[in-house]
Ligand binder design. Structure first.
Ligand SMILES: [Zn+2]
Length: 576
């Protein structure tokens, strides 16, 4: 679970309504057409740019109104940032000059736009063309998924939001996307979040922006594609991409079937980062999953996070403030990822148990595990222990609720019934928020459900009942050594990065870390936190000299819980 991946929640929530919007829009009479042609170009076997052409049906653009827009930055990634002269606009009366206007800078580097107005009213249909550079990696301005348009293994890939200047309107278009691969090696093809090759759809331009593009000598699964599910990659990933794809399609079938939409389209794009670090992003009907060669991901780690992401497509995120509602979106994805793949036989009973105990280790060995939900948003990026809380706590809360509903109803009802009731509310346009959850869970369990929920939000430790994970497992006490960095974790994200708040007696201090040491390379802690044996190596500079210090970032021993297999219950009787 990488830090960069976590931002997918915010981004997905933002674009979550798009596909619904397009379905509704399809009922309207013929929205104006927007034809998009993408023509990638190769020099010395590497893609160096894409020529983009938009044909907009009779936009009737006027001076003083924004005609086109492109973010300057999106989730810490700098976009193509065209100048006004880089974009050629013509209509029936000839060329149209553009006037460029930038929105105020967003200091958090999440998103702000550059917009272009026409210098005279347009006449009839309008053609817009510009050249999008496919550049090698651009350093990010902060934490965020790597969306930029990049060459990779003779092809290219990137999210539309990083290179597509599009009409500045939120109304729907009849979108027609085409690839012109004449300047690419033979055998090349193009894939988009919404389909392979030429695609027609109806929706706002955000469908084009918040979606992923890949072209070139693409490998795909299934091959040939053409169905609602596909996984795409370029080159030879350092993990068994084919095996991950086969498993992920089965997981998608199981999860989509559970939620009653077996044919819902979904596509996954693997992207290799030319630097250490993973990071992914939820996009329209799709997910971009980044990886690096060092450290290379395992097939297991790739498939696990994809099942989590697929669940997000349905359970989404409650409306409400980030941090306060994260327990639901992340808790649901963490709860259903192992449960549904286990029910479908895609992970073994032993693997399911290992997943439960990894969470128990991460949660009960977390010194911040009683922090209230109100503190999560502020510390989300600076403290990995706080960032993991909604995942671990949310999932254990949902397991607790599930066990309580099963017990109270004599096995007739379970969490699934609430999950479906929530989704049904959403489909009917009713609120999808904390109050909706409380109404439904109280109807199942009575007033104590509200008390339990408030306790969870206030930070009380969630301890699922012994049989919460089914008849095959029982709860035991266990001791864990708290994850302890040994100094203030904000030191890792401050600028410049310097050790501050060194804890006397900590493993970091004993290993030789000192206040004021400069931290010279990025430190990613999420995986280390969930692995009690993982040592941390930290690259420092002191008095101008580099030094690397390795230690086991663990502090005091605390009591918690784990689950163990009950003897003599066969696997076939295990599933919940
Ligand atoms: Zn998630």
């Amino acid at each position: 679970m990488s830090a960069a991946r976590m931002i997918t929640t915010a981004v997905s929530a933002m674009i979550g309504a798009l596909s619904l919007g397009s379905a509704a829009a399809a009922q309207d009479a013929a929205p104006p057409s927007l034809d998009v042609t993408l023509k990638p170009h190769t020099t010395d076997q590497a893609v160096d740019y894409i020529d983009v052409q938009l044909k907009v049906q009779a936009p009737a653009a006027r001076p003083g109104e924004a005609f086109l827009k492109l973010p300057m930055v999106f989730a810490s990634v700098e976009t193509a940032r065209y100048g006004a002269n880089d974009i050629k606009v013509t209509d029936q009366a000839g060329p149209v000059a553009l006037v460029q206007k930038d929105d105020p800078v967003d200091p958090s580097n999440f998103m702000y736009f550059r917009r272009w107005e026409v210098s005279r009213p347009t006449v009839g249909d309008v053609t817009v063309s510009y050249r999008a550079p496919a550049r090698a990696y651009r350093p990010k301005l902060g934490s965020g998924p790597p969306f930029d348009l990049r060459p990779e293994a003779g092809g290219l890939n990137g999210a539309g939001v990083s290179f597509l200047a599009l009409p500045d309107k939120s109304t729907p278009y009849s979108i027609h996307l085409k690839w012109d691969l004449a300047a690419m090696p033979s055998g090349s093809h193009g894939a988009w979040s919404l389909g392979e090759g030429e695609v027609r759809t109806v929706g706002p331009v955000d469908l084009l922006a918040h979606s992923y593009y890949m072209a070139g000598p693409i490998s795909s699964y299934p091959s040939p594609g053409g169905g609602p599910f596909g996984i795409y990659w370029l080159g030879e990933p350092p993990f068994d991409a084919q095996a991950v794809a086969v498993w992920t399609q089965k997981a998608h079938t199981a999860i989509a079937g559970f939620f009653g939409e077996p044919d819902k389209p979904y596509r996954v794009f693997f992207r290799k980062n030319p630097y250490p670090g993973a990071g992914g992003a939820g996009l329209v009907n799709s997910f971009m999953s980044g990886f690096s060669d060092t450290p290379a991901p395992t097939a297991d780690s790739m498939r696990g996070h994809l099942a989590h992401e697929i669940v997000h497509n349905w359970t989404g995120s409650l409306s409400g403030p980030n941090g306060i509602v994260s327990w639901y979106g992340e808790g649901m994805a963490e709860y259903y990822d192992p449960v549904l793949t286990w029910r479908a036989g895609l992970i073994t009973t032993d693997e399911f148990l290992a997943d439960v105990n990894q969470r128990a280790q991460s949660y009960y060995g977390n010194a911040m595990n009683t922090a209230p939900a109100s503190e999560i948003a502020a510390k989300f990026w600076s403290d990995t222990r706080v960032r993991k809380l909604p995942y671990d706590r949310g999932s254990f809360y949902l397991s607790t609720v599930d066990a309580e509903i099963r017990a109270k109803s004599g096995g007739q009802r379970k969490l699934d019934d609430l999950t479906f009731a929530m989704l049904d509310r959403q489909k009917r346009g009713l609120s999808y928020d904390t109050d909706a959850w409380l109404e439904l869970v109280t109807a199942e369990l009575g007033p104590k459900a509200k008390v339990e929920f408030d306790d969870m939000m206030a930070g009380r430790l969630m301890v699922p009942p012994s049989n919460a994970f089914g008849p095959c497992f029982k709860r035991e006490t266990a001791s864990y050594r708290n994850f302890e960095l040994g100094f203030d974790s904000a030191s890792l994200t401050s600028n410049p990065r310097r050790v501050q708040g060194l804890v006397a007696g900590s493993a970091a201090e004993k290993a030789g870390v000192r206040d004021g040491d400069e931290i010279t390379t990025a430190v990613v802690l999420d995986a280390i936190q969930g692995d009690a044996k993982a040592e941390l190596t930290i690259d420092l500079k002191r008095d101008g000299k580099p030094l690397a210090i390795t230690y086991l970032p663990r502090g005091k021993t605390v009591e918690g819980y784990r689950w163990a297999r009950v003897a003599n219950v066969p696997d076939a009787a295990c599933a919940i």
